[in-house]
Design a protein around this ligand. Structure first.
Ligand code: B12
Length: 446
């Protein structure tokens, strides 16, 4: 059959002749799309143009995956408060899974509605699944939902680095739908931040990942909260691989931990802590309970989480470990790895600020020059001072310590496949300057 006479092709030409839209759509009605989203189970919606300056640092990443994007629709799913606040991890985790699932279903139903109108649209995952090939190399998610929600006027980032909705407060998860069309109206950002800076998130965080000054340590958060996800799971697999018998395995993971891992794999991961969101009193719907009686709020919402006897997963020697020891001595510490292994020296340098354990650097003020050779030829300067770290390419300033290292040997030390001392003895890593300062550098990265 000639392609022209194929029934599908004939219908296409008939529709085209009749002027029925099948390609680029005219501006869409924000009101109509909002109703579709609310009808699909979403609790709030906002619209952002791809050229919005608030998305300037996200635009390239978004267009890499969806090059035709002209509008981003931010979707909010409200979380039931008492479920999230429960010290029982099963209840809080299930609530998160269900809201995430609702957001996924709503987004895909919305995309279907748009496709039926002849509008190109797509919905990335709210959280998981992610692009796992990028683990350790860069971002695994395709679209960052937080900046889109902020640009769409659905909230602002709180001290805990989650988006706080003006009404639902921190009790929201987010999703985004990308559309190849323009809207007749776009949303405007909120003109205030719903975060009231009460710092209850910092007080409740079991790992101290949220500092009272707004400092956020994503790696210490991930090591505990994501113990049964991605990197924590990889580390658990290595426990099995390293065990020579069942009894040895049981010294590395308790029976309860093994059961919990099975449960996470079977029913969706157990988030070890979402305490920063659970204790947040911000938002019109949430704040009355706090303002009516702050002490009663803390007693009812914050203390049960702080007082919970539980295992907290930490990197050995990290700020998180020191935080648990000092603040929550009744909680049990489990020293673990988090599966993050920089695949190259370039990745190691880029990830340094995320891994930096600022409290372990207390009193340290030093400049380090690194010269890597072998598979990667890189020079870098690292300055640690006043509990902060800066990294720049090349050699700058006068070094207190100079490190020359074969790139492969350095990575093997980082991956714990060989010891630093061994590589120094073999002269694959050479250190010039006081050894105490070199050791102090190591302590900053747990
Ligand atoms: C990566 C990620 C994480 C990382 C980093 C968190 C972070 N603040 O970025 C970790 C694993 C620590 C994490 C933890 C949690 N997350 Co999370 N996470 C994401 C994800 C996939 C991307 C976040 C993002 O856009 N970051 C970039 C910018 C915008 O964030 P930022 O805070 O300005 O910058 C930090 C990151 O870039 C980070 N970073 C950069 N590179 C790397 C690499 C690695 C390996 C890590 C760990 C971090 C990291 O360092 C920056 C400084 O802190 C989104 C889903 C999505 N697709 O958007 C969910 C998301 C942000 N997470 C969410 C939630 C609920 C959580 C948790 C409560 C646990 C849980 N149940 O999932 C905790 C809360 C931690 C906290 N207080 O922020 C929600 C937040 C909802 C809201 N109201 O804002 C999101 C939006 C998922 C969703 N669909 O709703 N998360």
């Amino acid at each position: 059959m000639e392609l022209y006479n194929h029934p599908t092709v004939r219908r296409y030409h008939e529709r085209k002749a009749a002027g029925t839209p099948h390609g680029a759509a005219p501006a869409l009605s924000a009101r109509e799309l909002r109703e579709i989203c609310l009808g699909a189970g979403v609790d709030d919606v906002g619209f952002v143009e791809i050229s919005n300056p608030l998305l300037a640092d996200q635009k390239a990443e978004i267009l890499k995956v969806f090059p035709w994007t002209r509008t981003l629709v931010s979707l909010v799913g409200r979380i039931n408060r008492e479920n999230l606040r429960s010290p029982a991890r099963s209840i809080a985790s299930l609530e998160l899974h269900l809201v995430e699932e609702r957001l996924s279903h709503a987004a895909t139903a919305f995309v279907s509605a748009l496709e039926r109108k002849g509008v190109r649209a797509a919905s990335p995952a709210p959280g998981f699944p992610m692009e796992a090939d990028n683990w350790g190399r860069g971002r695994m998610h395709t679209v960052s939902h937080k900046p889109v929600a902020v640009a769409a006027g659905l909230g602002k980032m709180g001290l805990h680095r989650n988006v706080i909705h003006p009404v639902f407060g921190s009790f929201v998860l987010l999703n985004t739908v990308l559309i190849d069309a323009e809207m007749d109206a776009y949303s405007t950002p909120l003109d205030y931040n719903p975060c009231i800076e009460c710092r209850l998130c910092a007080a409740a965080c079991p790992t101290g990942a949220i500092g009272p000054d707004g400092y956020f340590h994503p790696v210490n958060c991930l090591t505990h909260t994501y113990r049964e996800l991605i990197g924590g799971f990889s580390n658990w697999v290595e426990h099995i691989a390293d065990s020579t018998s069942a009894s040895e395995y049981r010294t590395r993971a308790s029976d309860a931990e093994t059961v919990s891992m099975w449960q996470s794999l079977a029913y969706g991961p157990c988030y070890k802590s979402v305490y920063c969101m659970a204790v947040c009193p911000a938002g019109d719907e949430v704040i009355p309970q706090y303002l009516d009686d702050k002490k009663a709020f803390v007693d009812a919402v914050v203390k049960p989480l702080q007082q919970k006897t539980e295992t907290v997963y930490v990197l050995p020697g990290s700020d998180a470990e020191a935080h648990v020891l000092g603040t929550f001595p009744h909680k049990k510490i489990r020293r673990v790895g988090n599966g993050i292994r920089p695949p190259s020296v370039a990745h190691f340098l880029a990830a340094m600020p995320l891994a930096f354990q600022r409290h372990q650097s207390e009193g340290l003020s030093a400049t380090y020059h690194f010269t890597f050779s072998g598979s990667e030829k890189v020079e870098a300067t690292v300055v640690i001072k006043d509990k902060t770290i800066t990294i720049e390419q090349g050699h700058a300033g006068v070094p207190d310590v100079s490190v020359q290292a074969d790139a492969g040997s350095w990575l093997r030390v980082l991956h714990k496949e060989t010891s630093m001392l061994g590589q120094i003895v073999l002269r694959r890593i050479r250190v010039k300057g006081p050894l105490t300062l070199f050791k102090a550098f190591g302590r900053c990265f747990a």
